[in-house]
Design a protein around this ligand. Structure first.
Ligand code: F6R
Length: 612
């Protein structure tokens, strides 16, 4: 949510910042801007409503020559997206420019104080208040670092910031509290980024800023401190992925690339973690608290959005396979309902980005109340990954498409591994069952590949259904969350209204919506609920609804009932949510592209929601 880039070194800052902003655009894309200290040591800014590409097309490159600068791509919180509210924001004297990700919660109080001191404001943003507050302190302290420090000690809320000033033109000051920020340490240059994608093509050596820390960057190096002015030493870490992983590699969209990558990403999730001879699972990151997990009295899973859907699948898996009661909570609700945490409770936190503010708040609340916390996170080194007691990375690789796809299937895979680990230790599954599951897992990537290869069939169906205004998605058991996820994907990227329901719930209300214009996507595996699902299909057909069934390969019956059928390879029940989800991702993708929607950057959304 909002992307920040900064550069200080010997090269032309503008191009590096624009490239970084392009890569960070998935974090927000309603406006963008850059500020540079030019060769005359003046602070110059260009910012604009719209995409980074529009900024890049319109900026006068010659005017913006300089080797110190900051840039921002915005997801609006305070103030509508327009040129004035775009970042960088400046102080009243236009001497200080600042980019900010997060929310200054006490901005109104601070603004009133500053207005009483004669400060005038141009924008509706909370960020402008911070720039004037820095200006206010600079007037008495005559030192930029001190002025920023004083200002940060007065603000409540969250921030990742980078700030430059013509008062002290050879430095950048960066700080973080609640919004991610990292430094890429190159040779005679430092790049600041909200995440590694802005940095990776310059260096793999990074330093993650922690909450309450700030950093003063000059052309000669950097100094890390707390905002209370205590020195800090931090080891440099290495980014684990390569540039090509964050490029489109010939695909039309990142989302399409990420959907198609799933035969490999799923293997990356389980590789080295399961013994295929015995079915025994070992999750290195959880070893330190394995006994606590295995002996948990209750497991609470918390997450948001797609990750929450994965959590619902986790509930079915863990209860069935491990016989431990599981609750799944929306992270955004968890901390506001004074939840009961008892001794022996384990909280599993699921997050692709590892930065989602609601999920982080739920994690902190659970820790405060004494829960042992486990993270299933994709982004290495992210805040959630660092704050949980123990965790296991899902290893889906960088996910750039705003709508989550490969991270979802890897989250489900991680939950399967977690359930297998517990079940193996608790002996709630027999050795034979574990072996059979491991055997079936071996075939899973090939089955996912088969689904990916059938993408033209899904495209054909998408073309047939693309004009509908509403969709219903139905599934039972493990496939109910798959229905929810299918509906969410369609809503997010095609702006078609879609609802997911447990299939049997349809008759308790949603059936009223069904008419000849309503496609119903129904997940119909050949399992013990099959006859019931067929009855649900008949109920829809009786009301002239159109049925798209996701059915097993060996189902010879389904064509008699459904208008469209997508066949998926037969698999063990516990892997079915992964297999059944793939066609639904494609369906949403092809419907959205047929409707001309920008699937990688759906309106109003941003990857990594770092505000509550
Ligand atoms: C949907 C989507 C969101 C995220 C949610 C949680 O496609 O991407 O619903 O799943 O914002 O994000 P993470 O997993 O990063 O915590």
């Amino acid at each position: 949510m909002c992307g920040i880039v900064g550069y200080i070194g010997k090269k032309n800052a503008l191009q590096i910042i624009l490239d970084g902003l392009q890569r960070l655009e998935y974090r927000g894309y309603d406006s963008a801007g850059v500020s540079i200290i030019n060769d005359n040591k003046e602070l110059i800014t260009y910012k604009k409503k719209g995409k980074v590409s529009e900024l890049a097309e319109n900026i006068d490159i010659n005017l913006f020559a300089g080797s110190v600068g900051i840039g921002h791509t915005r997801w609006a919180t305070h103030g509508v997206p327009n040129d004035v509210n775009a970042h960088p924001q400046f102080d009243m004297d236009e001497k200080i420019a600042l980019v900010h990700n997060g929310i200054i919660e006490n901005y109104k109080t601070l603004k009133t104080m500053l207005q009483n001191e004669g400060y005038v404001f141009r924008s509706d943003t909370d960020t402008e208040v911070l720039t004037n507050l820095i200006n206010y302190h600079y007037k008495s302290k005559k030192d930029l670092e001190t002025a920023v420090r004083f200002a940060l000690n007065e603000v409540d809320g969250t921030y990742g910031i980078a700030c430059i000033s013509s008062f002290e033109p050879d430095k950048i000051i960066a700080a973080r509290k609640g919004s991610p920020l990292m430094l890429g340490i190159g040779i005679e240059e430092i790049i600041i980024g909200s995440d590694a994608s802005a940095i990776i093509n310059h260096t793999k050596n990074v330093i993650y800023l922690e909450d309450g820390e700030m950093c003063v960057l000059t052309k000669h190096g950097f100094q890390l401190k707390t905002i209370k002015d205590e020195d800090i030493f931090r080891e440099i870490e290495e980014i684990e992925f390569d540039l090509q992983e964050i490029e489109k590699s010939g695909y039309d969209h990142f989302m399409l690339k990420e959907i198609c990558e799933q035969p490999e990403t799923i293997q990356n999730t389980y590789r080295g973690r399961i013994n295929f001879e015995t079915g025994v699972v070992k999750l290195g990151g959880l070893e330190s608290i394995k006994d606590k997990i295995v002996n948990a009295k209750r497991i609470i899973i918390t997450a948001c959005g797609t990750s929450w859907h994965a959590g619902l699948i986790g509930e079915y898996l863990i209860e069935q396979m491990c016989r431990i009661p599981v609750e799944v909570d929306y992270a955004s609700e968890f901390r506001y309902r004074d939840p009961v945490i008892n001794e022996g409770d384990i909280m599993v936190v699921i997050s692709q980005s590892g930065e989602t503010a609601d999920t982080l708040a739920a994690l902190r609340e659970a820790k405060k109340k004494g829960a042992v916390t486990v993270g299933l996170v994709n982004v290495v080194g992210s805040t959630i990954a660092r704050e949980v007691d123990a965790g296991t990375y899902i290893h889906a690789g960088p996910e750039i498409g705003v709508a989550s796809s490969k991270a979802f299937t890897s989250q489900v895979m991680s939950l399967i591994l977690l359930a297998l680990m517990i079940a193996g230790e608790k002996k709630t599954l027999s050795d034979d069952e574990l072996k059979r599951i491991a055997n079936d897992l071996k075939t899973l990537p090939e089955k996912i590949k088969k689904c990916v290869e059938a993408k033209d069939d899904y495209k054909f169906i998408a073309d047939e259904l693309k004009s509908a205004s509403n969709f219903l998605y139905l599934g039972r058991g493990l496939n109910f969350p798959v229905a929810l996820e299918g509906a969410l994907k369609l809503k997010e990227i095609s702006y078609i209204h879609a609802e997911g329901y447990p299939a049997a719930e349809m008759k308790h209300g949603p059936i009223a919506l069904i008419d000849e214009n309503m496609p119903v996507v129904i997940i119909a595996p050949k399992d013990k609920t099959y006859d019931k699902i067929i009855s649900n299909i008949e109920e829809v057909k009786a009301r002239k609804g159109k049925i798209l069934a996701i059915a097993s390969e060996e189902d010879n019956n389904i064509n008699d009932y459904a208008d469209f059928v997508i066949r998926v390879p037969k698999t063990f029940n516990l892997f079915a949510p992964i297999i059944n989800n793939i066609p639904l991702q494609f369906l949403a993708y092809y419907i959205a592209t047929a409707r001309g929607c920008n699937v990688d950057q759906p309106r109003n959304l941003a990857k990594s929601v770092t505000v509550e």
